[in-house]
Design a protein around this ligand. Structure first.
Ligand code: BGC
Length: 491
């Protein structure tokens, strides 16, 4: 293994490694959202073309999928009425999108000017983008939402990298218990990841045996390993290796973390492991911490220098971009330099002034662990609508469906599968309802379910497109730039 550098400038490398740990990034060009030509560098949503389109939700940002499935099968007039009602409440018009983009522009400015605004616009202290020439092998730990991973990243200096990682499950108990317990678990996982390498490697970590051979100098346990931490929550950073958790999101409530420096919490967990393992030290130093958006941006820029923006579309929803320091009044940094900003845009419009909230969105918000927070984030998911249609008798003839009553029980992956169902009688949707919801369906039921999935997915895509448009406009790159995107929803 190449020696870990220990000067301050090398911290950037750990930030980069932390970033790569989240990066199965997909390239997405901002120009995709632009109906050209655009006057005076101002983004505009023209009318969407109305052709039938059944691709992934983000494509829906451009083409409105009108359901044509099963037109040759008889469907009741009641169903068509229900569908028309749903279309009305879920369709986001071009005018609305333009309003959202405008509101975004002023919120971005406010967030850059002062702390305590709706958009937190957090400086990441990552003040340059990689060149692709960086080399070395680094340890990273990635806490996203659904997954927790330990990774070993090797940068080859040619814009490509290798990532050996192992995924661990974070149980609800850990997410909602105490911070000490949760951070102890992270340290345990890193320890077991390192143990597996020492003892000749775990076959589930590709390449780890080879890595172990490189290390077999007999001094492994004495070596100080530097680690980059991807921590995907709003964190007020004061340096690349220091930041206070402002508030939990995504259903996490572990006590004793909010208001604390998460780098210190993790470092202390490693110290506790050291005491426990008197026979072999777990010698890890937490060298850098980045948000997943910042990590996605730098890791994507490592192979594509035109990357100026990144978006996470997963359990959570957020973006980062490269800003000029002289445009960040609250930072008082060095003019001429740049800084990656973690926008924390999930909180956009928490005051409910512009986003088109339906009664379903309000219901989802009320039932969440963080009511009145993360409004934009919550709008880009959510399937409460099916429950309501059961209660009005428009779905399943009003027969209650127990599986739908489980909060977050209907996964996004199911929505995607339903949208991909091209059979004339929606046969795959029928199977899915039997398997996942334990419910028999009529063709009318399936038409409604399918349309709800399309509408929610398309709305998410358009709203996400509005945010990206606002940022592309802000940095004046309407003629094209790359947006690195990652996350389970996008995938
Ligand atoms: C968090 C962000 C994070 C996003 C995506 C949000 O809930 O507040 O910090 O980037 O989820 O993981």
């Amino acid at each position: 293994m190449e020696k870990f550098l220990d000067d301050r400038s090398s911290l950037f490398y750990f930030g980069l490694a932390a970033g790569i740990s989240v990066a199965a990034t997909a390239q997405y060009t901002a120009s995709f959202f632009q109906p050209p030509p655009l006057p005076a560098q101002e983004a505009n949503f023209g009318e969407f073309s109305r052709k039938s389109e059944t691709a992934a939700p983000l494509r829906g940002a451009v083409n409105s999928p009108l359901s044509t499935i099963g037109q040759d099968l008889e469907s009741s007039p009641g169903t068509s009425k229900t569908i028309a009602k749903l279309e009305k409440s879920f369709t986001v018009t071009s005018q609305k999108l333009n309003e959202i983009v405008k509101h975004f522009a002023s919120e971005i400015k406010r967030g850059l000017a002062q702390d305590g605004q709706t958009l937190k616009m957090i400086p990441s202290f990552v003040d340059k983008r990689p060149t692709g020439l960086e080399v070395g092998t680094y340890l990273a730990l990635d806490l996203g939402g659904t997954n927790f991973r330990v990774c070993e990243i090797t940068l080859d200096g040619k814009g490509t990298m290798r990532n050996r990682s192992k995924k661990y499950t974070l149980t609800e108990d850990l997410k909602t218990g105490t911070a000490v317990r949760m951070f102890d678990f992270f340290a345990e996982c890193v320890e077991s990841f390192l143990d597996e390498r020492r003892s000749g490697g775990d076959p589930s970590i590709p390449g780890s045996v080879e890595f172990y051979k490189t290390l077999s100098n007999g001094h492994m346990e004495e070596e100080m390993l530097q680690l980059g931490f991807t921590f995907s929550f709003p964190t007020d950073q004061t340096a690349i290796d220091s930041g206070t958790l402002m508030v939990w999101t995504k259903g996490f409530t572990a006590t004793g973390a909010e208001g604390q420096d998460v780098v210190v919490l993790l470092q202390e967990a490693f110290k506790r492991r050291c005491c426990l393992r008197y026979y072999q030290r777990v010698n890890v130093h937490v060298a850098a911490m980045v948000n997943d958006t910042v990590g996605t941006l730098v890791s994507h820029a490592y192979s594509n220098p035109q990357t100026y923006i990144s978006v996470i579309l997963g359990t959570g929803f957020n973006a980062a971009y490269v800003e000029k320091v002289d445009q960040i009044p609250k930072l008082k940094g060095e003019p001429g330099s740049e800084m990656i900003i973690n926008m924390e845009w999930g909180a956009f419009d928490d005051e409910h002034s512009v986003l088109p909230l339906t009664p379903y969105d309000r219901q989802l918000d009320r039932g969440s662990t963080n009511p009145h927070r993360q409004t934009y984030e919550k709008l880009v998911s959510g399937i409460y609508v099916l429950l309501d249609l059961v209660s009005t008798g428009e779905l399943f003839s009003g027969k209650q469906c127990a599986a739908l009553l489980i909060p977050y029980g209907f996964e996004t992956a199911n929505m995607s599968r339903i949208e991909r169902d091209h059979t004339f009688d929606l046969a795959d949707t029928k199977i899915l309802c039997e398997e996942v919801l334990d419910t028999q369906t009529t063709y009318d039921d399936r038409r409604i379910i399918r349309r709800v999935c399309e509408l929610v997915g398309t709305r998410s895509a358009r709203l996400a497109g509005a945010g990206i448009t606002a940022v592309v406009t802000r940095i004046n790159r309407l003629d094209g730039c790359t947006v690195g995107i990652d996350g389970s929803l996008y995938e």
